[in-house]
Every structure is written in structure tokens, then in C-alpha cells.
Design a protein. Structure first.
Lengths: 191, 191
């Protein structure tokens, strides 16, 4: 089958949709964030790729704190809105009910089932973006989103962004079980 | 509603499931990779968080090249397998049909609908992991996975990992449209 080199901005990985929380001019500010991943096992660190032109970029540089909030499928509209409207022009501080954990410049979104506060530990300077690495200080949820004390993804109902089609997706069917299906595959290899 | 601080290893974001390709002892080697995101807009860069104990870690340090391959829902077993078996003990070079793009130490997986080759540009040294930042050299697909020349996520059929439940998920229903739902939300705000 012929391999086709595709446009490099069209590579179509699904990204978890989150909302980045920062303090801008001493007020809460929010931005849709898809370029995010865990980066370190212990201590728990995550990183966020933020364009240098975004207000959130300067806010993190300024305060050294940020939050990552996981919206539900019911929050698609407002999540997309905070991604298309700049904090430089629009005050987004009153869009959500906000609370704080240990950090006072990392606003946490009440409406989101999962909210994580981070202290910036390293800024990786890249050509158009900074990659902000934060140490997780606390992750907050509520009893109604937990099962046996652990976050339950079916109660949290996160969503996913794909490009270049620009669609948001709910999770669908369970197609396998990590650490089990691989063990079964290994047994099959031995036969 | 009371906010509960949850175990910091149980924060339950959905991660896109990929397979990291490297050259280990001059042979292809593969590892399940979930800690991955785009980090820079232009040039296109992505980053991968790899534990320092993994064979893939030393392979990237050694060659300065790697690949990221997107498996389909039909490849759950083998993808999980390359995540639970170490390249230090097991030769995983013949699990997939392999081809190469421009880079000769970034093996691309024939069975995956999307394969991306990266040249390492920066290694971020973290306590237990390195975060490898690579510049995308090429992304390869095939006509059968494209619609109008662009990768079509419904043809690619990627899958997602969630923890702490350790389940793999297909994408489900479309719940919204990026850059449109936010614009509609903005219009509603004006009313």
C-alpha cells in the first residue's frame, strides 16, 4: 500500500479536551487546552504547550501557577468559547464558579468534575510556544464523580478533540483492557 | 459540593494511545506510549514522556530519532503487549512490518494507519522521566485512511486509555464542533 506523506498540520491524533486556568491581572482567566500530557511519574508532573501569543502564556510566566480542569460533554460550548476568545480582549473571569486549593493563582472550575492545581517547575522555550511543566499539587473531585474513591471516567464524561475535522467526541465503546490484553497476546505468542 | 482531594496517580484524563518506535541495538523496538502531546505550532513538534528505566529511553538518547504510530482498535492486544514487555529482555523487532521515511532510526509501523517520524531537538531531564521533544519530519498515511486528502479519524479508528480503570476506548458520539460551538456560545452571551 502506498504511503502518502500528509500535511504536517493534519496528523489527526485525538487530544483530551481540558481548560487551562491562570491568573491574569489578578483575575481568573481560562483557555481551551488540548496540548497537554503527563511528563513525569514521580513526582507527578504534567506539561502544557501554550502559544506565546496567548494571554495565558504571560499569565503563567508571571505567576508560576496554573490549573488544568476537565470539562464534561455538557460543557462543549463554553469550553470552545474560551478557546476562541482571547483574555487580552475579553474578561473571562466570571464564566465559571471558581474556587482555590493550596495555590492562590491557579483558579479551579467548580463546574468541572476534575480540577488539578500545578506549580510551575520548568518552562521549555520553543519557537512559537512554551511548554510549561508543572508539579501537581492537588487534584480535586467530588463524591458523585468517584467509584470506590477513584475518579470514574463514565461519571466524569470527558471529551476529545480531533483535527483536521475539528470535532469533539465522547468516549465510545470499551475496546480492551490495559495490562490484560497484552498479557493475553503474550500467551498467544508462546503457542 | 465538597471537593475531595484524590490520589494524585488517579486523575483520570483520557490519553491517546500510540506506539513509540525506536532503534535499539540497531533493530526496531516498540513501546506503548500514552504520555504524548503536540508542544509547538511551527515547526510542528511533539513531545513524549519516557521513563528513564525503559529501553526506549536509552534508544532515543543514543540515536536522536523516534517515531509515533497510531494503532487502530483492532491492534489493542499487540499495543498493550509492547507496553508490558521490556525491550531489554524481549526482541520486539519482528512484531510489525516496518518501513522507513527520511530517518533511518525511526521505524514506522505498516499496520498503523498513521505514522510520524521525528528528529529529537531537545531532551528535558525530569526526575524519573525524560521528555523528548521531536520535530516532525513526515507523517505517513494511505489513501484508504484519507478523505479529501486529509486523515479521517473514522477511518483511522484510534483508541484512548483511561486510568485508574485501565480501559481502552473507541471514540463515541460527536458531541460538538470546535470553533463553531464557541462562536454560538458567544452569540448567546450577547443576548
Amino acid at each position: 500500500m502506498e504511503k502518502i506523506a500528509i500535511d504536517m498540520n493534519h496528523f489527526c491524533l485525538p487530544w483530551v479536551q481540558t481548560i487551562l486556568g491562570t491568573h491574569l491581572n489578578d483575575k481568573p482567566n481560562f483557555m481551551a487546552l488540548d496540548w497537554v500530557t503527563r511528563v513525569n511519574y514521580k513526582p507527578v508532573m504534567m506539561g502544557a504547550g501554550v502559544n506565546k501569543g496567548n494571554a495565558s502564556h504571560d499569565a503563567i510566566m508571571d505567576t508560576g501557577e496554573f490549573s488544568i480542569n476537565i470539562p464534561t460533554v455538557d460543557m462543549v460550548g463554553v469550553t470552545d468559547y474560551v478557546g476562541i476568545v482571547s483574555g487580552k480582549k475579553t474578561d473571562k473571569s466570571s464564566l465559571f464558579r471558581v474556587f482555590y486549593g493550596e495555590l492562590k493563582k491557579a483558579p479551579l472550575i467548580e463546574e468541572c468534575p476534575l480540577r488539578i492545581e500545578f506549580r510551575l517547575v520548568q518552562t521549555v522555550d520553543l519557537p512559537t510556544n512554551s511548554f510549561f511543566i508543572g508539579e501537581m499539587i492537588n487534584a480535586y473531585s467530588e463524591e458523585r464523580f468517584l467509584t470506590d474513591g477513584k475518579p470514574d471516567v463514565e461519571k466524569i464524561r470527558p471529551f476529545i478533540l480531533t483535527m483536521p475535522d475539528n470535532r469533539f467526541w465522547a468516549l465510545g465503546n470499551v475496546v480492551g483492557h490495559a495490562w490484560k490484553d497484552g498479557a493475553a497476546f503474550r500467551e498467544d505468542l508462546k503457542k
